[in-house]
Design a binder for this molecule. Structure first.
Ligand code: DC
Length: 202
């Protein structure tokens, strides 16, 4: 079974997806971490085509994220990598390579996969699709707390990235047909996880 959880940054996808995977005994797939790994590699190797990097990179996901054997768990969360990830994610060649890897990974077993295009592109046949949203200010507040930075700056960067993610020609961020939309503004994680688990069990 596949549970697809999509939505914008700061909507609570990672925490909700992790919690749901733990509650159901499924494996958690953080597809954003794969885009972040490509972005980090592209920043370090600016002469190479991001799409070629995406096809060649060995990304291991889990408690720690490894890129070609190197632990990049913290490095891929740096603000410049977030910015670069949003840019490489609009490259159709990068998307194609990563979607292929994600489908391969999920071809067997039970998964809770989180991203922007899981329900629309990667796994359109997922048994459950959830689209998480939250008010922009609340999303910025959560991200700022996570990053230990200023909320105003996060809000401005977030608006830029949201705009780019929603309007890109290839796989724009939008709810999949049949997705259940959940607004997490003012809800705590446990409540949202309980709702998603209940939907999955049904
Ligand atoms: O969820 P995140 O912040 O780790 O994602 C990093 C970037 O990758 C973000 O700009 C959106 C993009 N992304 C995407 O386009 N498709 C996905 N399935 C996951 C992430």
């Amino acid at each position: 079974m596949i549970v697809a959880i999509d939505g914008p940054a700061g909507a609570g996808k990672s925490t909700v997806a992790r919690g749901t995977a733990a509650a159901l005994g499924f494996t958690y797939l953080d597809s954003g971490a794969m885009y972040r790994c490509v972005a980090l590699a592209a920043l370090e190797r600016p002469r190479e085509e991001p799409a070629a990097l995406a096809a060649a990179l060995d990304v291991q996901l889990g408690e720690r994220v490894r890129l070609d054997g190197r632990d990049v768990t913290e490095a891929i969360r740096a603000p410049e990598v977030s910015e670069a990830a949003s840019r490489v994610a609009s490259d159709p060649g990068v998307r194609e390579a990563l979607v292929r890897k994600q489908r391969e990974l999920m071809s067997a077993g039970d998964w809770v996969a989180e991203g922007r295009d899981i329900g629309t592109v990667v796994a359109p046949d997922a048994e459950l699709k959830v689209f998480l949203t939250a008010a922009p200010e609340e999303r910025a507040r959560r991200r700022a707390r996570e990053l230990g930075t200023d909320e105003g700056t996060v809000l401005a960067d977030q608006a830029l990235r949201d705009q780019r993610d929603r309007t890109r020609a290839h796989s724009p961020l939008e709810p999949a047909p049949g997705a259940v939309e959940l607004d997490t503004t003012g809800l705590d994680v446990d409540e949202v996880v309980a709702q998603v688990v209940e939907l999955a069990r049904r």
